[in-house]
Unconditional design. Structure first.
Length: 212
C-alpha cells in the first residue's frame, strides 16, 4: 500500500483517506483542505504499512474517510482506525465481490479478464451520471498494476469491520450497485442516500463538508 500527503501543514486535525481501486488524488484534488492534514492511501496490491511514521498522537482530532474499495481495505487496520474520532464510509461495503452486498461476481470477473485502456475509460464514465466523463479524474497506473490490485483485493478476507459513524450511499452508483450497498448496511448502521454517482466528490467543496 502506498500513501501520499494531500495536505501537510502540521494542523491539529488529520484525515486518512482510503481511496478507491486504481485511483490517484484526482477525484478529490479540488476539495479545500482547510485545517486538516490529509493522507491518501492507495494501491492495495499489498497492505504493508507502518502507521507509526505518521506520529498520530500529535493530532487532536483524527478522521477516516474511505471510498469504494477503500471501505473494505480500511478494515484491515481496524485496531488503529476504530480509535479515530469519526469514520465515514462512502459508496463501499465490507465485501468486495458479492451479488448481493458488493460488486457482482460476473462484473468483477469481466473487469479483470478484459482490462484494457478502453475498459478503463468505460469504468471512468460509469463513475458519473449518464456516462458523462469528468476529464479531471485520471487513472495513471499501468494495466498490469491494476490487474494485480484487483486480484489482491479479491483474495483478501476479513471478519473485522470498522465501526463507522456515518455511511454515504449514492443513488445512482453503477460500480457498487446502490441496492447492494443498502443490502449490506441496512442491518448494521443508518445510512444517508445522496443524489449522486459512484464518484460523489463533485458534490462537496471541502473535506470539512464530508467529515462534519
Amino acid at each position: 500500500m502506498q500513501f501520499k500527503y494531500l495536505n501537510k501543514k502540521n494542523n491539529e486535525n488529520i484525515i486518512f483517506f482510503f481511496n478507491g481501486w486504481g485511483m490517484n488524488e484526482s477525484p478529490v484534488v479540488h476539495l479545500k483542505a482547510d485545517n486538516y492534514d490529509i493522507i491518501m492511501f492507495y494501491d492495495y496490491r499489498n497492505l504493508d504499512i507502518d502507521f507509526n511514521i505518521f506520529n498520530l498522537e500529535k493530532y487532536k482530532n483524527k478522521y477516516l474517510v474511505s471510498w469504494s474499495m477503500g471501505v473494505f481495505t480500511a478494515n484491515f487496520f481496524k485496531n488503529i482506525l476504530d480509535n479515530f474520532d469519526k469514520k465515514i464510509a462512502i459508496n463501499g461495503t465490507g465485501i468486495i465481490v458479492s451479488d448481493k452486498f458488493g460488486i457482482p461476481e460476473k462484473i468483477y470477473k469481466l473487469t479483470l479478464d478484459y482490462l484494457s485502456e478502453a475498459s478503463i475509460e468505460k469504468f471512468k464514465k460509469n463513475m458519473f451520471l449518464n456516462g458523462k466523463l469528468n476529464p479531471n479524474v485520471t487513472i495513471t497506473r499501468s494495466i498490469e498494476e491494476l490487474k494485480e490490485e484487483l486480484i489482491s483485493i479479491k483474495n483478501l478476507k476479513t471478519k473485522d469491520l470498522i465501526k463507522y459513524d456515518k455511511v454515504i450511499i449514492s443513488s445512482e452508483d453503477k460500480i457498487i450497485p446502490t441496492k447492494n450497498q443498502i443490502n449490506y448496511w441496512q442491518d448494521k448502521l443508518n445510512y444517508e442516500i445522496i443524489n449522486s454517482t459512484h464518484c460523489p466528490f463533485e458534490n462537496y467543496l471541502s473535506w470539512q463538508d464530508i467529515v462534519c
